[in-house]
Every structure is written in structure tokens, then in C-alpha cells.
Design a protein. Structure first.
Length: 430
């Protein structure tokens, strides 16, 4: 079976060695990893997700995914392997492990956090069942033998009834790198912060908030206090799952849009609760189906514009230009898939981290909720803790107890681009 690429194309054309469009989920288990059990679990998991067992090929100017029957690679390291390379058996997905860590690497153009969570739900079920010789509850977990139909279909490529997005130019937002003078700090870094889920949810309830909006608001407040005289607004892009608006809850593709949360000048003197209510209102309006679908239409239009270019190099240039325009209007990005709900397998998980390439404007915050803890991964294209420290000050000022777990170099495996010199993308096309 061949799958023509569409939603996958813009992420493909904007990936680079310095900033690969990839999701890396790092799970620290309670106990050491048994490699043979992990091999069985990965094999069963990938049998359940055949649409991820593919290789990238090209015919003429059209890229597509073709069935790849080679084993999905598992390596005994924390570094992983280059995706779409011989080392990954030409898969766009791979696993690695070391001591008690399991890591999933997957091309972000092929799926998003929602899709990756489904894969891990299946993997952890199979792994923990065998590793601990227990019978786990499998309700709501996708397993081998399921009928797979709607999961395959790209819900965007053939839609002809999407609303026409308005033509309005958003003014530029405050730029973190320029504001903090970090132009020469190119050390990609991740700061991981842990907060009690029950305590943070209680804080949200008391202040009319929700996890994604509250983190966005606290980050907005922190940045605004650092640059009170900035003429450019603080604007946070909060990721939104487009599946509900598309009425395709089972789709596996990367279906992420953005809600713009602007910290307006008049809001700065408001109470936290009133600010939170304002942000919730912005989320409510922008997450209405019609508005989400306008975002889908805009993204689809950009993809078709990229496809109108004749060469890969021209398409790269067009995709990069569009991304640069988007980055001008966003100060930082916040992403929250929702409670992970790995069910009974969560009792065996100690830590959970979601890493992606940080947005080119400098900062992305990935929020995870696993085993009673929220983990906030601050993914930066720089090493300076200036914004993390300002955010932690907001937590302290509001009585929120946190644990700065660790600071790591933000390392993501490369994705071998199909137009690179070493690519063998044409091996089947001629």
C-alpha cells in the first residue's frame, strides 16, 4: 500500500540537522529494561501500527510512504539512530533504551503527540505485561488484532468544504532571543520541571484555569515582567488538536493547529484569576470548530503552495519562508496533549519527558501528565536560564511547589533528508 504525502510535506521540507522535526519521548521506568521483552513489545506494537512501518520514496516530484517490512530498530543507547537512514532500516520511527530508560523517536510530520501517545500506550501494555508477568487492563488500548480503517486516512488532503480563512496580518510579537541578547547562544537545552498533578489542578480550579492556559499565562506574565517596556506584545501559541473539528478522532497524522494567546497591556494589572478567565475565553473562541477548520484550511493552502514549486530546493525555500513569517508573530509555544492515561502501566513509570525541536523563535514548553506529576520541558535553542528562572519565580509567587529535575543538552537524532547527497531515495523510482 502506498500513501501519498500531504500533511507530512511541510514538516519534511522544514526539517534540518540542526532542528529535526521529530518527537522524542523519554520514559524512565521503575526497573532496568529487559531488552528481549522490549523487542517483543516493539514487534507487537508495530504490527498494530502498520501505517508507521513505512519508508519514504519518490516518483517524479511526488513523495509517498511505501510498506517497509524491515524490523523497526532498537538500539542500546540514549542517542538513537538517524531516521530515514540505513541505520533505522529506512523507517521514520525507532526506539532505544539504556538502563531503565525507553525512548521513542518518530518523525513529527508522520504523527503528533496524540498519535505518539497511542503508540506508547500499546508498547507499555505489551512491555509491562511481559516484564512483570501481570495481566493489565487493556480497555481503551489499541492492540494487535484490532480492525484498522479510519486511522489510515489523511482527513485533510481531500477536504473541499473547508472555510476560507480571513486575510489578516498579525503584528509581530516580542522576540525572546533578540530581547535577551541571545543571538550567539546556540546551545540547545532542555530544563525539566516537575509539579504535583493534584496540587496544580487544585490551583487551576481556584483560578479558573486549565493546565495549558495556566502555563501559557504564567509564562506570559514572566516574560512581560522581564520586558515591561516592550512595544511588541507577548503572544503564546497554544497547540490545539484538530481531530475533533475534522470529526476524525482516530486519524494518526500530525494534526496540530495553534491558538494565539496575547497578553494585552490592559491585562497586566488584573488579578491572576481574571487574567486566566480572559485566556480561557480566548481558547474557547479560537477552539470553536469553524475557527479550527480555518486553521486547517490555511495549513492545507500552504502545503499546496509548497507543492506548486518545481524542485525540492524551491520547496525548502518556500516552507522555510512561511515558517519565518509564523515565528515573527509568536513569542513562545506551549503544547499539552492532555493526561497521558497509560492506565495500569503508569505504576511502573518514574519519569516522562517529551522533547521536540524548539521553535526557531527560541522556546517551546511541552507539558506531560503521567503518574500523578506534571512535567514541563522547556525546550530552548539557547542555554540561558533567564526565562526558566522568571517562570519559576511566577510559580513561587503563586505558592506552587516545583522540582527542577535536571538540565540536559537537547539532542535529537537526525532525519536523513531525501534530497541529500547520501540519500538513496531514488533506488526504487527509476
Amino acid at each position: 500500500m502506498e500513501q501519498k504525502l500531504f500533511t507530512e510535506l511541510r514538516p519534511l521540507y522544514t526539517t534540518s540537522k540542526e532542528s529535526p522535526n521529530e518527537i522524542r519521548i523519554r520514559i524512565r521506568m521503575r526497573d532496568l529494561i529487559y531488552s528481549d521483552v522490549l523487542r517483543h513489545a516493539v514487534d507487537s506494537t508495530m504490527e498494530r501500527y502498520p501505517y508507521f512501518c513505512v519508508e519514504l520514496l519518490k516518483k517524479g516530484e511526488q513523495y509517498f510512504f511505501a510498506e517497509n517490512h524491515r524490523p523497526v530498530v532498537i538500539t542500546n543507547s540514549l542517542h538513537g539512530v538517524d531516521l530515514n537512514s540505513e541505520d533505522s532500516n529506512f523507517h521514520m520511527i525507532a526506539f532505544c533504551f539504556l538502563d531503565n530508560w525507553i525512548i521513542l523517536d518518530v518523525f513529527h510530520g508522520m504523527t503528533d503527540g496524540t498519535g505518539a501517545y497511542e503508540v506508547l500506550r500499546t508498547l507499555l501494555y505489551y512491555y509491562c505485561s511481559e516484564r512483570y508477568q501481570v495481566k493489565l487492563n487493556d480497555e481503551g488500548i489499541r492492540l494487535v488484532g484490532d480492525v484498522i480503517s479510519e486511522e489510515w486516512i489523511d482527513p485533510v488532503v481531500n477536504r473541499t468544504d473547508l472555510p476560507i480563512p480571513p486575510r489578516n496580518e498579525m503584528p509581530k510579537a516580542l522576540n525572546l532571543i533578540a530581547s535577551a541578547g541571545l543571538e550567539y547562544d546556540h546551545r540547545h537545552t532542555v530544563y525539566s520541571i516537575s509539579i504535583s498533578e493534584s496540587e496544580f489542578m487544585r490551583f487551576n480550579l481556584d483560578n479558573d484555569g486549565s493546565p495549558g492556559t495556566m502555563v501559557s499565562l504564567l509564562l506570559s506574565r514572566a516574560i512581560a515582567k522581564l520586558y515591561p517596556d516592550s512595544k511588541d506584545p507577548v503572544r503564546i501559541a497554544l497547540c490545539v488538536n484538530q481531530r475533533n473539528a475534522l470529526h476524525t478522532p482516530l486519524a494518526h497524522q500530525s494534526l496540530v493547529g495553534g491558538i494565539m494567546l496575547e497578553y494585552k497591556d490592559k491585562m497586566r494589572d488584573w488579578s491572576l484569576e481574571r487574567q486566566s478567565t480572559a485566556y480561557r475565553g480566548m481558547v474557547f473562541v479560537q477552539s470553536q470548530e469553524e475557527n479550527v477548520l480555518m486553521g486547517v484550511a490555511s495549513q492545507a493552502g500552504i502545503t499546496r503552495m509548497i507543492l506548486s514549486k518545481e524542485s525540492d530546493q524551491e520547496r525548502q525555500g518556500a516552507a522555510g519562508y512561511i515558517n519565518s513569517l509564523a515565528n515573527r508573530v509568536i513569542t513562545a509555544t506551549v503544547s499539552y496533549v492532555g493526561k497521558a492515561n497509560y492506565k495500569e502501566a503508569e505504576q511502573y513509570i518514574r519519569d516522562f519527558r517529551v522533547w521536540t525541536s524548539s521553535a526557531a523563535n527560541g522556546l517551546t514548553v511541552e507539558i506531560s501528565a503521567v503518574n500523578g506529576r506534571f512535567t514541563l520541558d522547556f525546550l530552548q535553542t539557547f542555554s540561558s536560564p533567564v526565562f526558566v528562572n522568571a517562570f519559576l519565580k511566577e510559580l513561587e509567587d503563586n505558592g506552587i511547589v516545583y522540582d527542577l529535575q535536571d538540565v540536559n543538552k537537547l539532542e535529537l537524532p537526525n532525519i536523513k533528508l531525501p534530497w541529500s547527497e547520501l540519500s538513496i531515495i531514488y533506488r526504487r523510482s527509476n
